[in-house]
Design a protein around this ligand. Structure first.
Ligand SMILES: [Fe+2]
Length: 263
């Protein structure tokens, strides 16, 4: 499996590229509208096809690049089925592996940060990789005070779906705000200040309900835009409109990116 962890620095979002060496198919987990062109260059430089974009949840802190990647490269938009998004090409749900070439992604329904959040588990010959979205972050977790968040539900998701995995499971989070890139289930069970050391559900709920985090600066346009797979709504402020440019240009009218590099 070809694997790359890519960063969108404005929202500190990690996008993950998984590519099948045998078939050339690839999937981008949680790509961001601001870095779609960069991601496409990476995919093509590795000799992969931009087959799918896949979401963990309806993001509030950035616009997804799903629609833009589809416009640029004809990738298919994949989201959790229970999001019921008309703009999506395919839906995923727990219990039904999603295949990208010979790679199998196992969706895990992990609500709490949002009510339809999914994580993805991938088993390679040597490692088990968990793409935890915003349910579990490195020594942290996603906030539960917006959208359909609920701390008791998140506690249950993490304990039932994540902390039952092997300690050696590699955890790749949806964000990190301090430049850290990876953790493990074992480390989080031990060290996570909100959940580790068998922290009780009551203690977790208290921590999450008293965080006093600032209002998310992009939520007012990100949530409506992401329910349309990354369409830029009219209320996107001028400062954030740059990446909105190309997304409505029909695919047939585009010159494939990096065309000159393919020979
Ligand atoms: Fe999120």
């Amino acid at each position: 499996m070809i694997f790359k962890q890519l960063l969108e620095p404005d929202s500190c979002t990690y996008t993950y590229l998984l590519g099948c060496e045998e078939t050339g198919e690839s999937v981008l987990i949680d790509c961001v509208i601001d870095t779609v062109e960069r991601d496409l260059e990476v995919i093509q430089s590795l000799g992969l096809k931009p087959s799918y974009t896949l979401e963990t949840h309806i993001h509030a802190d950035h616009l997804t690049g799903a629609r833009k990647m589809k416009a640029l490269a004809a990738s298919q938009i994949v989201v959790p089925s229970m999001d019921r998004l008309d703009c999506a090409d395919l839906g995923v749900e727990e219990g039904q592996p999603f295949k990208v070439g010979n790679i199998e992604l196992h969706p895990l329904f992990t609500p709490g940060h949002t009510s339809t959040h999914h994580a993805y588990l991938v088993k390679s010959d040597t490692h088990t990789l968990l793409f935890s979205g915003d349910a579990l972050l490195i020594e942290a977790c996603g906030r539960t005070d917006f959208q359909s968040g609920d701390p008791a539900t998140l506690y249950q998701s993490i304990h039932e779906k994540f902390f039952t995995l092997d300690d050696e499971t590699l955890v790749y989070p949806g964000h990190d705000y301090e430049g850290r890139q990876i953790t493990t289930i074992g480390q989080e069970k031990q060290r996570n200040p909100r959940l580790g050391n068998n922290k009780s559900k009551e203690a977790f709920i208290h921590i999450m309900n008293t965080m006093n985090l600032p209002y998310p600066r992009k939520i007012d346009f990100a949530v409506p835009g992401n329910t349309q797979c990354g369409l830029c709504p009219d209320n996107v402020p001028e400062a954030f409109r740059g990446p909105c440019d190309l997304q409505e240009v029909p695919h047939e009218e585009r010159v494939p990116a990096m065309q000159g590099d393919q020979g």
